[in-house]
Design a protein around this ligand. Structure first.
Ligand SMILES: CC(C)(COP(=O)(O)OP(=O)(O)OC[C@H]1O[C@@H](n2cnc3c(N)ncnc32)[C@H](O)[C@@H]1OP(=O)(O)O)[C@@H](O)C(=O)NCCC(=O)NCCS
Length: 166
């Protein structure tokens, strides 16, 4: 059974795009996000760096994308207000990550969309994030706009605040 699952996962790593029937997106606990956060966003850093402020608040939502029971993508939504955004009902997207072999297959798009739809149901009006320079085009393709100037996040690099009206 384990061998078949591993063979299937390998097959998905090689394919260009993955169909809706081949993955599952569901809410997960914050601790479940750590493996992917660590591998993609905090590579080589202590595992404690994967714990984000507010991870366990009731208002925080963590989504996981699974293929063959393997968690390959994550994103989290925090009820955080950005002082430069006037909208009262806003959320922050953090920890957006897809495991390297699964990147570029449309999975980032689908997990983010699912999160946006969940927030829309909760009447959230604006979703914002501090985007790494390398991810700006991903967010632009998902209709996020840059607001304000670039800034540095210590030990991680240059970021831009980006936002989307849901
Ligand atoms: C950024 C990330 C989450 C995108 O997920 P993904 O599954 O690779 O992206 P998708 O395949 O869904 O791509 C969606 C669109 O964005 C584009 N895109 C994705 N990543 C991109 C990148 N790094 N630079 C430029 N464009 C990118 C794709 O070309 C695609 O465009 P299309 O819909 O016109 O084909 C993923 O690549 C990742 O985990 N990267 C490393 C961690 C990271 O930078 N996270 C963001 C922190 S702010």
């Amino acid at each position: 059974m384990k061998i078949i699952i591993l063979q299937n996962i390998f097959k998905f790593e090689k394919t260009k795009s993955i169909n809706t029937s081949e993955y599952q997106i569901k809410t997960i606990t914050s601790t479940k996000t750590y493996t992917v956060r660590h591998s993609v966003l905090r590579t080589g850093k202590p595992i404690e760096t994967c714990i984000f402020d507010g991870d366990n608040l009731e208002t925080t939502i963590h989504l996981g994308l699974f293929i063959e029971y393997k968690l390959v993508g994550i994103c989290s939504f925090f009820k955080n207000s950005n002082p430069n955004i006037s909208e009262a009902n806003q959320y922050q997207l953090r920890g957006m990550a897809i495991l390297k072999p699964f990147q570029g297959k449309g999975l980032g798009n689908v997990i983010l969309k699912q999160g946006e739809n969940l927030l829309k149901e909760k009447k959230v009006k604006t979703l914002w994030c501090n985007a790494r320079e390398v991810a700006i085009n991903f967010y632009k393709k998902n209709n996020y706009q840059v607001t304000g100037n670039a800034f540095n996040i210590k030990n991680i690099g240059i970021h831009y605040t980006m936002l989307k009206t849901l």
